[in-house]
Write a protein that binds this ligand. Structure first.
Ligand code: ADP
Ligand code: MG
Length: 198
């Protein structure tokens, strides 16, 4: 089953001259597949991910997520799709320092409103355990190392058991040693999460 389809995606920036960054991008992703987008800096990887994750709606072409065309959807509907179906790990993790690590992981789960706060907390602790950082749950993100923050961001992306996990260079800020570990770990974990849904 296809969980994501991109059909003839075109994207240009007008700044002030027009530069076309994405040209007729067409592909699909099956449930359980692990896909990497590789290319040199500035080639359009982040631009593509922002479109695929529905955060950027200013493009030509069709984006179909879980069989549903995203065109003409209102922002509130797109926000719902993102929260329910897509876990996103950003290049910069955007954790909120005024909340605890646990609360940061819980936030998308509370927003979804499918489970009670207690259930969301239980799920969040589960994710933190899987990533080996449950002992940091009560701390604030700014009390953690870069690698730990990254793992919190991954836990947050997993909280709603998303159909699709997108990560924009999530490992670049990690040290080489952690990055190796994290790459192996997150790959096998993300793959097992994705295949568990299939
Ligand atoms: N908001 C923007 N306005 C104008 N140009 C942009 C904007 N965002 C990205 N670009 C340009 O689009 C190209 C692709 O950027 P990006 O998708 O961030 O590349 P990558 O993630 O592959 O390094 C770059 O040339 C970049 O300068
Ligand atoms: Mg980028």
């Amino acid at each position: 089953m296809k969980i994501l389809e991109a059909k003839n995606i075109n994207k240009s920036f007008h700044d002030p001259i027009t530069i076309q960054v994405l040209k007729e991008v067409t592909f699909s992703i099956e449930q359980g597949e692990f896909i990497s987008v590789i290319g040199k800096s500035g080639c359009g990887k982040s631009t593509l991910l922002y479109i695929l994750s529905t955060m950027d709606t200013d493009y030509e072409g069709d984006l179909i997520i879980d069989g549903v065309l995203m065109r003409n959807k209102k922002e509130a509907e797109l926000a719902r799709v993102r929260n329910e179906k897509i876990g996103f790990v950003f290049q910069f993790h955007y954790l909120l320092n005024e909340f605890s690590v646990l609360r940061n992981v819980m936030l998308p789960g509370i927003k979804l409103g499918k489970y009670s706060d207690q259930e969301v907390e239980h799920k969040a602790m589960e994710k933190l355990k899987i990533l080996g950082i449950e002992s940091e749950a009560k701390k604030k993100p700014n009390q953690l190392s870069g690698g730990q923050k990254q793992r919190v961001a991954i836990a947050r992306a997993l909280i709603n058991d998303p159909l699709i996990i997108m990560a924009d260079e999530p490992l670049v800020i990690l040290t080489k040693k952690t990055a190796n570990w994290s790459l192996t770990f997150s790959r096998s974990y993300l793959m097992s999460i994705i295949s568990r849904c299939s």
